[in-house]
Design a protein. Structure first.
Length: 269
């Protein structure tokens, strides 16, 4: 099935895993990569309302992006309007615009890559078909933004190759990243503040570790392992689904008395 075919509903994997509170715990991985991109970092530094508290900014923007999965309303005009003014010149003298399809897609891709890390790490490893299914659903999610999909790889293996190449060739540390270093590795806001700092280091993408000079120790990996065990209990806690729109959609599903297929999205993990 080609990306963009199908819909997002109670039977989709994405509907369930994206609302999982544990997804928030891995966002420092995605945001570290994004802030290593000079154009994306410049957009936040120059235009974000809460640029000095990156996680409050992300609480608003990530919530808005995730809302697209749980509504049948076309919100794409809102996405374009809220990003149209985000443009300028980055720290290396290159022009940037938040609606540039290549830049916009990489932002989405960083969140998608971290979603897969969350599922494979905190829930259970996905098999090849499940990776492909979840990726196809992420493509449907992206198309709802109404931004050109020219940069979107057609399948999961090509996405992995695309993401690796982009991290290797487009990201680097520098003055654009340093103002956010402490906030990324030691969050003080939102759900990220619940994640041990050692676990955050262990969760970082290999390219982010290399570019930021972070060395992951055995103690960091042990901290992550312990945190994973504790976080798995969160699936039993009230408000496990962190997004209000997702909670409403899933609650409506339960009230309808229907059950989603026993796929990776709904199986006990």
């Amino acid at each position: 099935m080609a990306p963009g075919v199908g819909d997002l509903d109670r039977g989709s994997m994405l509907w369930h895993v994206l609302a999982d509170r544990r997804y928030l715990f891995v966002l420092p991985r995605a945001v570290c990569l994004l802030m290593l991109h000079p154009g994306i970092a410049a957009g936040i530094t120059e235009h974000a309302l809460m640029r000095d508290r990156i996680w409050l900014h992300k609480k608003r923007t990530v919530t808005q992006a995730v809302n697209y999965v749980y509504t049948g309303v076309d919100l794409s005009p809102q996405m374009r309007f809220s990003h149209e003014h985000v443009k300028g010149v980055d720290s290396v003298g290159r022009k940037y615009h938040a609606l540039n399809p290549d830049t916009f897609h990489f932002q989405h891709a960083a969140y998608v890559e971290s979603l897969f890390v969350m599922v494979n790490t905190f829930i259970r490893p996905l098999d090849r078909d499940e990776h492909e299914q979840l990726y196809r659903e992420c493509c449907v999610w992206y198309r709802r933004y109404g931004i050109s999909s020219r940069s979107m790889p057609p399948n999961w293996p090509e996405f992995v190759e695309y993401f690796e190449n982009h991290c290797r060739t487009e990201l680097f540390a520098g003055a654009h990243f340093e103002p956010y270093r402490e906030q990324i590795f030691a969050p003080a806001d939102w759900w990220m503040r619940a994640v041990p700092h050692r676990a955050i280091r262990a969760l970082q993408h290999p390219h982010a570790r290399e570019l930021t000079g972070v060395t992951v120790t055995a103690a960091d990996r042990r901290s992550l392992w312990r945190f994973i065990q504790v976080a798995r209990l969160s699936a039993l806690a009230p408000r496990h689904h962190w997004n209000a729109r997702a909670r409403a959609a899933l609650r409506s599903d339960r009230e309808d008395g229907t059950r989603s297929p026993r796929s990776a999205s709904s199986r006990s993990m």
